[in-house]
Design a protein around this ligand. Structure first.
Ligand SMILES: [Fe+2]
Length: 314
């Protein structure tokens, strides 16, 4: 039985004794009227009193219950307000202190987690930069891919969390190249078939590198699948169409654009129009058409803003 009903019942039973007494007196008296009226008034007053007392005790307890439930759901710091000077005031003060402490611990834990995440990311970025810096032609490549991937993501109205994943995915997409021997990685001429096989291992090597880092688990797809092609002829897994993780399809468009607009050992940077023609040629074969459309809108907006220029690595 709920506490407030228990209190109502208790007070009602307590009030029943004088009421029974009054009714007995009325029945044995000649002048029944006034005694009966006094009895009824007593009964009503006792009922009102019992309800008032029950509410006064039960309502604050309901607040405690709701506040505890809020904390259980992760809304830390919630406070309970009870009238001062009641039996529950001390309990409310203790509860509110506990809630505020939990909120403070949560903020501290969150801050530590963000520090750890930032530390991991800085390490990964340093590794990615070390790959880019090995080759003067690709210096800054990972950063540019990350920036373009985020711009495409914004065009696609992705959430801030998804944009953050795109940024990390862009920065880390070629991290696996750290496991490719320099004789192949920095070769100035075309790769042989065997060398190409080795080079094509970099997505799975990168995946294995970041696999132990739990907060990067959603980035793994960008690292492993950024060379998968829309028509299913890419590597390492030959995924096709929407089977290719979304983040990898976005990074793939940004990566292809940077490859087209950057001078490499084996090809010069293309002028913007030619680079766009190449991107269009890859529509539906290498690149996801809908993401390519979003990319083209980004380029159009840059043109409108007068910001677009072909970047050439030095
Ligand atoms: Fe790559």
């Amino acid at each position: 039985m709920k506490l407030h009903w228990l209190i109502v019942a208790g007070v009602a039973v307590a009030a029943a004794f004088p009421t029974v007494l009054v009714v007995s007196m009325a029945l044995s008296s000649r002048d029944v009227g006034p005694v009966m009226i006094a009895g009824c008034v007593g009964l009503i007053l006792s009922a009102a009193l019992s309800i008032y007392i029950a509410r006064r005790v039960a309502m604050p307890l309901r607040k405690f219950d709701q506040a505890a439930m809020s904390i259980a759901r992760g809304k830390f710091g919630v406070q309970v307000e009870v009238p001062p000077g009641t039996e529950l005031t001390d309990l409310a003060n203790t509860f509110n202190y506990m809630s505020a402490q939990i909120e403070a611990y949560d903020h501290e834990t969150q801050r530590l987690y963000e520090d750890i995440e930032a530390g991991y990311l800085e390490t990964m970025v340093a590794l990615a930069n070390s790959i880019d810096s090995k080759d003067s032609y690709t210096r800054g490549h990972s950063q540019r891919v990350a920036e373009m991937a985020v711009e495409i993501g914004r065009e696609l109205k992705l959430t801030e969390r998804e944009l953050k994943q795109l940024r990390y995915g862009g920065i880390l997409h070629d991290i696996g190249k750290i496991g490719i021997v320099e004789a192949i990685l920095l070769k100035k001429s075309s790769l042989t078939d065997d060398e190409m096989k080795v080079m094509r291992q970099h997505p799975s090597i990168g995946d294995a590198i970041i696999q132990p880092v739990s907060f990067l688990k959603e980035i793994r797809a960008a690292v492993r699948c950024h060379h998968e092609w829309w028509n299913g002829t890419g590597y390492p897994d030959g995924l096709k169409g929407e089977k290719i993780p979304f983040i990898a399809r976005v990074v793939s468009v940004a990566d292809t654009w940077d490859a087209c607009t950057t001078t490499r050992p084996y090809s010069r940077a293309l002028p913007e129009e030619q680079a766009l023609a190449v991107m269009e040629k890859l529509r539906g074969t290498h690149l996801d058409p809908s993401i390519l459309d979003a990319f083209l809108k980004v380029i159009e907006k840059k043109r409108t803003a007068g910001l677009q220029s072909v970047k050439v690595a030095v």
